[in-house]
Ligand binder design. Structure first.
Ligand code: PLP
Length: 360
C-alpha cells in the first residue's frame, strides 16, 4: 500500500537510506564484554546530550523504565507517578511482576502534575506502610496528548522529591520532542532527575532501542539488571548504529513533525462534530475527540482508514494521530481533508462496520 498515511504512532517509521547505510557499515563487537565501538559511541553521545555521567543502551523503553524503577526501589517500596503514564498503564505493571514494587498514581491535567499535588504523599516510617522512594514523570506525556510538562512544574516536583529523600526518574521516550517544542535543552530538562530514559525508535526514527542515563554508579547497577532481564546483547552495534544515526541526524527535524501536526490540528478545529482534546497541540501527537451523539472514535478511525489514513482509537471517544519522519506536509494535508470528510460522514448518519483492530 503506497499511498497510506500512517499516523498510528511514531514507532512505525522505517530506516532511511542513510540510516540503513550506517547500519550496514557499523563497527561491532561483543557488547556484553564491553567491546562494541558503535554502542560505546552511542552511549557516550547519549550521556553527553543528557548531561549525565553514563548511559546504557537497551532494547526497549519499557526495559529502561523498569530497570530504573528496579535500581531506585526495593521490594515493598512505592513510586509516585501520574495516573495516565506509560510506566503504570502500558508496561503490564512490570514493576510489580519483576521488582515487587507498587505504584501510587496521582491524576494530572492531561498528564501534567503540579508540585502541590504531591505534597504530603511521602509515607511515614512505619512498619505498616510501604516506603515511598521514587517519583516518575513523563515528558512529553503520551496519554496527555503529547503535552510538554511546564518546566517549572518539573523543577518544583523534583526539588520537592529530593528534599524528601526520594529519587526521580524521567520517562523521556519523547524528551527530544519537548526539546524541539520549547528550545529548552535536553540536559536542562534532565538535570532535575537522577535517571532519564529516551527512545530512539519513536520520533527519532531508529528501528530499535532506548537508553537509560544517569550517574555512573546507577548505570553500572542498571547493567547488572539488564543482564538479569535478558537484555545483554552481543554485536548490538548493528542496531545501535541506527540509534546513533538518529541521535546525530534526526533530533533537529522533530520541529517538522510538530509543524505537520498543526495542519491536522487546524483541520480538526475547523470541523464540526470533532474537537481537539486540548486547545493547543504542543508536539507531534493530536488527540481528536468525537462528539458521542455522532459516533465513536472507532467509527472515525474506520472511515479515515477507508481513505488510507491510519489512526488509533484509544478510548470510546478519542482518536490519536501521531506525526513522524515518514509522513510529510503533503501527507498531513491529505489527512486533514480526510478527517473533515469522515466527520461529515458521521454527521450525515454514517455507521461504518468497525473492525476490531481499529478499536482500543
Ligand atoms: C513508547 C513509550 C515507551 C517505551 O515503549 P517500548 O515500546 O517499550 O519501547 C515508554 N514511555 C513512553 C511515554 C512511550 O511513549
Amino acid at each position: 500500500m503506497t499511498n497510506v498515511v500512517d499516523l498510528r504512532s511514531d514507532t512505525v517509521t522505517k530506516p532511511t537510506p542513510g540510516m540503513r547505510s550506517a547500519i550496514a557499515n557499523a563497527e561491532v563487537g561483543d557488547d556484553v564484554m564491553g567491546d562494541d565501538p558503535t554502542i560505546q559511541r552511542l552511549e557516550s553521545l547519549t550521556a553527553e546530550v543528557l548531561g549525565k555521567e553514563a548511559a546504557i543502551f537497551m532494547p526497549s523503553g519499557s526495559m529502561t523504565n523498569q530497570i530504573a524503577v528496579r535500581i531506585h526501589c526495593k521490594p515493598g517500596d512505592e513510586f509516585i507517578c501520574e495516573a495516565g503514564c506509560h510506566i503504570y498503564n502500558y508496561e503490564q505493571g512490570a514493576f510489580a511482576q519483576l521488582s515487587g514494587v507498587v505504584a501510587r498514581t496521582i491524576e494530572g491535567d492531561n498528564g501534567v502534575l503540579r508540585p502541590e499535588q504531591l505534597h504530603g504523599t511521602i509515607r511515614a516510617e512505619n512498619e505498616h506502610l510501604v516506603r515511598t522512594r521514587l517519583v516518575c514523570l513523563e515528558n512529553t506525556h503520551n496519554r496527555g496528548g503529547g503535552r510538554v510538562q511546564p518546566y517549572e512544574n518539573v523543577a518544583g516536583i523534583c526539588e520537592w522529591a529530593h528534599e524528601g529523600g526520594l529519587r526521580t526518574h524521567l520517562d523521556g521516550a519523547r524528551l527530544f520532542n519537548a526539546v524541539a517544542a520549547t528550545g529548552i535543552a535536553a540536559d536542562e530538562w534532565s538535570r532535575h532527575f537522577d535517571t532519564v530514559s529516551v527512545c530512539f525508535s519513536k520520533g527519532l526514527g531508529a528501528p530499535v532501542g532506548s537508553a537509560l542515563a544517569g550517574p555512573a554508579e546507577m548505570i553500572k547497577e542498571a547493567r547488572r539488571h539488564r543482564k538479569c532481564f535478558g537484555g545483554g546483547m552481543r554485536q548490538v552495534g548493528i542496531i545501535g548504529a541506527g540509534a546513533l544515526y538518529a541521535m546525530e541526524n534526526h533530533r533537529e527535524r522533530l520541529k517538522e513533525d510538530h509543524a505537520n501536526a498543526q495542519i491536522l490540528a487546524d483541520a480538526v478545529r475547523a470541523t464540526d462534530g470533532i474537537r481537539l482534546l486540548t486547545p493547543e497541540v504542543d508536539t507531534n501527537i493530536v488527540f481528536i475527540e468525537v462528539e458521542p451523539s455522532l459516533g465513536t472514535a472507532a467509527d472515525l478511525v474506520t472511515l479515515m482508514q477507508q481513505q488510507g489514513v491510519l489512526t488509533l482509537a484509544i478510548t470510546p471517544t478519542r482518536v490519536r494521530a501521531v506525526t513522524h519522519l515518514d509522513v510529510d506536509e503533503q501527507a498531513l494535508r491529505r489527512a486533514a481533508e480526510v478527517v473533515a470528510w469522515a466527520a461529515e460522514q458521521l454527521i450525515a448518519g454514517a455507521k461504518p462496520e468497525v473492525d476490531r483492530v481499529v478499536a482500543y
